[in-house]
Design a protein around this ligand. Sequence first.
Ligand SMILES: *[C@@H]1O[C@H](CO)[C@@H](O)[C@H](O)[C@H]1NC(C)=O
Ligand SMILES: *[C@@H]1O[C@H](CO)[C@@H](O)[C@H](O)[C@H]1NC(C)=O
Length: 582
Amino acid sequence: MPLLSTPKRRNGRGICQSPILLTGICIILLAVVLLVLSQSYLSPSRLSRLKAKLHITGFNGIRRFGPHKQHVSNERFATLFHLELAERFNMAQGRDNAHFDELIATLRSMESVGITTVVFSSPWGFLQPTVGPINFDYLDLLVSSACQNTRLKVAFIFDLVRAPQWVFEKWPNAKAADSHNRQYNLLSWFHPEANQLALEVLKEVVTHLATSHAGCVTSVQPAFNNEYEAKYTQEHDCFQDYSTSALTAYRQWLQARRPQLADLNKRWGTNVQYWEDVAPPMLEAGSVMGPDLKLRYWDFLKFRELSGAEVLNRACSVVHSGGIQCFHHVPELFTVLVAVYGTTIFKHIAAHAHTDYLVVDASFSTSYGSPVHPTKLRLSVAAAIGYGKPVHLGAAVQQSTGYGLLSSAFRTALLADAAGVGITNWLPYTSLNNTLKETLHPSLAPGHPEGGGNSTATCAKGVVSVRVGLFIHFDSCAAWHGLQWSSDSKDPVHDFIEAAAQELTFECAPHLSVYLEFDRLMAALPSLDRVLFVEPLVVWAGQEFKLYTAVKAAITKMPHEILQFPGIQETEAADLTVLAEL
Ligand SMILES: *[C@@H]1O[C@H](CO)[C@@H](O)[C@H](O)[C@H]1NC(C)=O
Ligand SMILES: *[C@@H]1O[C@H](CO)[C@@H](O)[C@H](O)[C@H]1NC(C)=O
C-alpha cells in the first residue's frame, strides 16, 4: 500500500531526470563542484561547534518560572484513507459488497483506544466518475458508518488533485507536468477552468456534508497534492509545475511586473527573444549542490509560493462558506525539500483566516533512510503553533515504527503544545489495543528522557526556564534544490535543525518558540529572553530587507546568538544575498 499523507521514501537517488541525461561531463563537473563545496559543508567538527554554541548554560539573566504549563489536549485522530477503505473494507464496490460491519467494528475499536476523530478521504475522480451528479450515496454511507455507530467525529480529505478522467479529456492541458515534461494524471492548479470546476464540486460536497451530517463532520481538507499535503509535488522529487497552463500563468505574472522582456533578460542574464520562450530554469532535485542564489530561480519560487497559497486559501474559503472548518496537512518543515515541494506556501496558508487548524506530518526516517529524532518535531510543531492555529502532529506508522518511538513523538508534540496527535497509515501495522491507547496518551510528567528531555535530578526538580526564540528564515531553507546526494550531509538543513533541536531539550531547557518570518520575530521580541538567530541566506530588497535590518538592530540589545546555515562561511559580516524585487 502506498504511503499516504507522509513524506515518501524516494526510490534510488530521487533525481528527477532519467539516468541517460546524466552525462559523464555532468558527473565530472559535479565532482569538481563537490570537492570545492566539501571544504565548506557541515563537517562533524562544524556540527559539534554548532552544538557547543547552542548550549544555554552559563547564561546571565535567567528567569525562573514554575513548571512548564501544559495543556491537556484530548484530540486524537486516525486516518482511513480511500485506498484502505477500498482494499480492506471493499467500500468502493457498492453498498451490497461493502464490508460495512467490519468497518463499523474497526471504528468502534478506534473509539475504544481514545481516538476522537476519524479522517476519511475520497478522490474527486471516485466521487464523480462521469459528468453528472456526485455520488453522495457513497459519501453518506461512509460518513454514517462513523456518525451513526460511534461518537467519532469525521474530518474529510477531498482529494481534488485526482480529478476524473473526463476532466482531462475535456481539458488535456489540465494535467500537471514536471520539469522533464512528464505529465501526470493529476490536476494542475494553474488550469483556470478545471480549477474553477474543482472549487464548484468542493462547494457541493462541503454543503452536503454540512447539511446531512451536521455536527459530526467537523472539517474538510481540500487536497491538491497526491500525498494530501500542502505542497506542489511528490513525484520523483522533481520540480513542478511546467504544464502549459502553469507556464502561461508564470509569463503573465512576470509580464505584469516587468513588461519589457529586455528588463527580464538583464535581471536574469538571459537573452530570450520572445515572451513565449520565457520559462523557469529546468529544475531537478539534487542536480545543484549547495544554495542557489540566482534571481531566475527565486523568481520562479516566489511565483509558485504566491500562486499556490492563493489556490489553497481560496479552497479553504470555499470550505468555510459551506459552514465547515478547513484544515491542511503540511510536510515536515526544515529540509532541503522545501524548494522542491514549494513548502514556503506554508507561511501564507498557516496565517490565512480560513485555515482553522494544521496537521504537521511526521515520519521517522528522512527521505534517504536515516532516522529522524523526535526532538526535531518539536521545532516543526513550535513553528506551526507560531501562526496561532491549533496544530496536530500526524505520525506515519510503518512496519519498523516501534511504540516507543511513536510515544516519544507524541509526547514531544504535546509538550510543545500541540492540540492533538494522530496516526496515519496505521491499519496494516497496528492493533487497536491497550498498548496503542497508552502510546496515544503518553505521560507528560517530567523525567521521561525519550521526549528529548534530560532526566537528571537537576532537571527534574528545579525547572529553570528561559524564553528562547529560535529564528529560521524559512525562505532561506528553499535555497537548496533538494537532497545533496553526493555530499556527506544529504540534507544539510535537516541535520542543522536536528542538531539544534537536540540541544534545546525540554526539562532543562527553555520555553522555545520558533519564528520563520522577520515580522513575527519582531513582534515577539518583548516576550523573549534570548534569541537564536539563524542568519538568512537571501532576503528580498524593500520591506523584507528593512525588517531584517530592524530585527538585527533589536536583537543586538538583548542576549542573542547568530548562527549560520550550513555550508556558509562563518564570517564576521553576514553573507547575505539581497534579491532585487520583481
Ligand atoms: C497490542 O498489539 C501489538 C501488536 O500490534 C503487540 O505488540 C502488543 O503486545 C499488544 N498489546 C496488548 C496489551 O495486547
Ligand atoms: C543532562 O543535563 C545535565 C545538566 O545540564 C548534563 O550534565 C548531562 O550530561 C545531561 N544528560 C544527558 C543524557 O543529556
